[in-house]
Write a protein that binds this ligand. Structure first.
Ligand SMILES: Cc1cc2nc3c(=O)[nH]c(=O)nc-3n(C[C@H](O)[C@H](O)[C@H](O)COP(=O)(O)OP(=O)(O)OC[C@H]3O[C@@H](n4cnc5c(N)ncnc54)[C@H](O)[C@@H]3O)c2cc1C
Length: 300
């Protein structure tokens, strides 16, 4: 069993592995050479005082490294499995598809937009003031609405499932393992598209199917149940249909309504985006003009 300790360090000390391992040995009253592995399990910044401090929680393994490796996903092959139609390749559709594979079902993931790579060209065109492709843009396409965002992962809600597993799934598909312990984890705009593509590769490689430019334009309803969807002239049926079309696809609500399927409005919600220069947020959070070399960009 590892021992868990929390050290309060300066930002520079917290970035220096040798330093914090030496400090951990001192705290535990053991020699440094007895520590086989020191794993950071949480890092948070306490900037309430004039000099910001880093609280570093460590799991210390003495003599023996942990076995087995802490992170491993073993998706089964679902080739030939019962098919389930998933509509939308945003976070909801991607994670639903992975879960279906874990349970032995074959997801057929239908996405109206294009793959991340092709989508980048359509977004570049929007930024140049060009035409907007109604099916491939900031909201629609592989990865869904937040694909070209910073990928902030701040939720700690335990009500709707295991957030640790969600973070581990992202690490398994290429995210920095630091998201597992950072207090304010984020994936990074430059890395998120590749992680999304890796998730789609997992789905395809394990027997599922990801189909881009496949806009669902109708439902197959039998005895009061949706048993399939229409994509162009094709009908795709499955044991179940998971609608994961996000909140930007207004047409899907109109389609549900037109198909006689009850739709209930959510209470009204409005988001406001406010941007500040990073330097201002740093100076407010860290009580100094420059955050220096060792502190990360401060969050709100
Ligand atoms: C600019 C921006 C930045 C964001 N940044 C963050 C962040 O940093 N952290 C965070 O947690 N959240 C962020 N969000 C919010 C986050 O992106 C959403 O909460 C999330 O994408 C919702 O996931 P979803 O799978 O439900 O829907 P969506 O991501 O909207 O995915 C729905 C998918 O369904 C597809 N679709 C729709 N209709 C059809 C159809 N008829 N047929 C086939 N496919 C269809 C769409 O093309 C889309 O790909 C951001 C959102 C935006 C817009």
């Amino acid at each position: 069993m590892p021992k868990t300790i929390t050290l309060q360090l300066s930002p520079k000390q917290a970035a220096d592995e040798k330093f914090y391992i030496a400090r951990a040995a001192e705290r535990l009253g053991i020699r440094q050479s007895e520590i086989a592995l020191a794993r950071v399990v949480k890092r948070s910044i306490d900037a309430r005082q004039r000099m910001a401090k880093v609280n570093l929680s460590l799991e210390i393994y003495i003599d023996k490294e942990p076995q087995p490796a802490p992170l491993h996903f073993d998706y089964p092959s679902v080739d030939g499995g019962t098919e389930v139609v998933v509509v939308g390749s945003g976070p909801a559709g991607l994670f639903a598809s992975l879960r279906l594979i874990e349970l032995g079902f074959k997801p057929i993931l239908l996405e109206r937009g294009k793959s991340v790579l092709s989508r980048k060209h359509d977004i570049a065109q929007i930024n140049r003031g060009g035409e907007i492709n109604p099916d491939s843009n900031y909201a629609f396409g592989e990865g869904g609405a937040g694909t070209f965002s910073d990928g902030k992962l701040f939720t700690r809600s335990k009500k709707r499932g295991d957030y640790n597993k969600a973070l581990q799934t992202l690490v398994w598909h290429g995210a920095n393992p630091a998201i597992l312990y950072e207090a304010h984890p984020h994936i990074g705009t430059d890395k998120l598209p590749r992680i999304i593509s890796n998730i789609c590769r997992t789905i395809n490689e394990h027997g599922g199917k990801v189909l881009f430019e496949s806009k669902v334009s109708g439902f197959v309803v039998k005895q009061g149940r949706i048993t399939g969807v229409k994509v162009g002239d094709n009908t795709i049926e499955g044991a179940a249909v998971v609608l994961a079309t996000g909140h930007s696809a207004r047409d899907i609500y109109e389609l549900l309504h037109a198909s006689g399927i009850a739709v209930e409005a959510k209470p009204f919600a409005m988001g406001v985006r406010i941007e500040h220069p990073q330097r201002l947020i740093d100076s407010i959070q860290y009580h100094r003009d420059e955050r220096g070399e060792w502190l990360p960009a401060a969050s709100y």
